[in-house]
Design a binder for this molecule. Structure first.
Ligand code: PBG
Length: 350
């Protein structure tokens, strides 16, 4: 169509090896800047809006009372005892944040290799979920399903001989953990462990126990990433030996992410996640193209720490970099963003 109007241009274009654009073909100069001239024009053509509805606020809970302890490598993020956590969640809810994701700091004495504490019905997470549901019942409570905060080895699964992470025995524990979260009142369980087959096993068990309304947010494409460092400080959960590369993905791989996503969807995931987010925007984009399920992205602890650190040094404009970064995740295709910045963003958007 276009070419029939500009036969000479088409011949020139074919000869030129240039990428085909309208500008190559048109005799008139194109002026995209027209639509950037004023704030109102720019707002009219803005393609992506970050809203408070996109945000999930990850929170660290610890034992005790009156405790609010800053995570050294995550300035402005805290571990809260339950009483102060409830206040923080209330604040977040009043700012319009719909959902929180909970992570526990577990006492060393309660850790073992098989993560027994993870499905204790009186455990920290279970008590926390019950208390939240009593005080702020409307907020969506997402719980993390994995063994690492409970593991004496700091791994997401049970460690067998020669340091091998045992898949199927771990899935059995993850199922118990997910059931105990559902029993406590979690709206959504979020397996972050990367064991094979866990989504299907958890879905079956939830349905059999009449928790068919409890959803699953699958950490589907979760990479073995150095960006998790500050999170592991927050929870004292760094691996005691080796790394997580036999279960979390190689950062060089993209097709494999689509395989993981497809498996989790087939097994019954309600939402899928890409994690980390910033260094994996291409993965978010590819995943978004393959599914109609909501896609979540996790703006992880190391991404948060980098912005905070440079901001504190006065080397970047922290708030602007934060908004630009989160908007890039939405633009890449994320419907939901887990971010430690959630409250700060909600305040700005208000
Ligand atoms: C645990 C888990 C981790 C994170 C979320 N859930 C750490 C890990 O896999 O080692 C990281 C979150 C962050 O860095 O903000 N399975």
């Amino acid at each position: 169509m276009l070419f029939s109007y500009y036969d000479d241009d088409y011949r020139n274009y074919q000869a030129s090896n240039l990428p085909m654009t309208h500008a190559n073909l048109s005799p008139v100069i194109q002026r995209p800047r027209r639509l950037r001239r004023t704030p109102a024009l720019r707002r009219m053509v803005e393609e992506t809006q970050l809203t408070v509805n996109d945000l999930i606020y990850p929170l660290f809970v610890m034992e005790g009372e009156g405790q609010k302890v800053e995570v050294v490598s995550m300035p402005g993020s805290y571990r809260y005892s339950l009483d102060l956590l409830l206040k923080e969640i209330e604040d977040a809810y009043n700012l319009g944040i719909n959902a929180i994701a909970l992570f526990p700091l577990v006492a060393e004495a309660k850790k073992d290799n098989v993560g027994t504490e993870s499905y204790n019905s009186e455990g920290l997470i279970q008590r926390t979920v019950r208390a939240i549901k009593q005080t702020i019942p409307d907020i969506v409570v997402i719980t993390d399903v994995a063994l690492d905060p409970y593991s004496s080895e700091g791994h997401d699964g049970i460690v067998g001989e020669n340091g091998v992470i045992l898949n199927d025995p771990t899935v059995e524990v993850l199922v118990k953990q997910a059931l105990s979260h559902a029993e406590a009142g979690a709206d959504i369980v979020a397996p972050s462990d990367m064991m094979d087959g866990r989504i299907g096993a958890i879905r079956k068990a939830l349905d059999a126990a009449e928790y068919s309304d409890v959803g699953i947010l699958a950490y589907s494409a979760k990479y073995a990433s150095a960006y998790y460092g500050p999170f592991r400080d927050a929870l004292d959960s760094a691996p005691k030996f080796g790394d997580k590369k036999t279960y979390q993905m190689d950062s060089a791989n993209a097709r494999e992410a689509l395989k993981e996503v497809a498996l989790d969807i087939a097994e019954g995931a309600d939402m899928v996640m890409v994690k980390p987010a910033l260094a994996y925007l291409d993965i978010i984009c590819e995943v978004k193209k393959t599914t109609n399920l909501p896609v979540a992205a996790y703006n992880v602890s190391g991404e948060y720490a980098m912005i905070k650190a440079a901001g504190q040094k006065g080397w970047i404009d922290e708030k602007k970099v934060m908004l630009e970064t989160l908007t890039s995740m939405k633009r890449a295709g994320a419907d939901l963003i887990l971010t430690y910045f959630a409250k700060e963003v909600a305040l700005i958007l208000k």
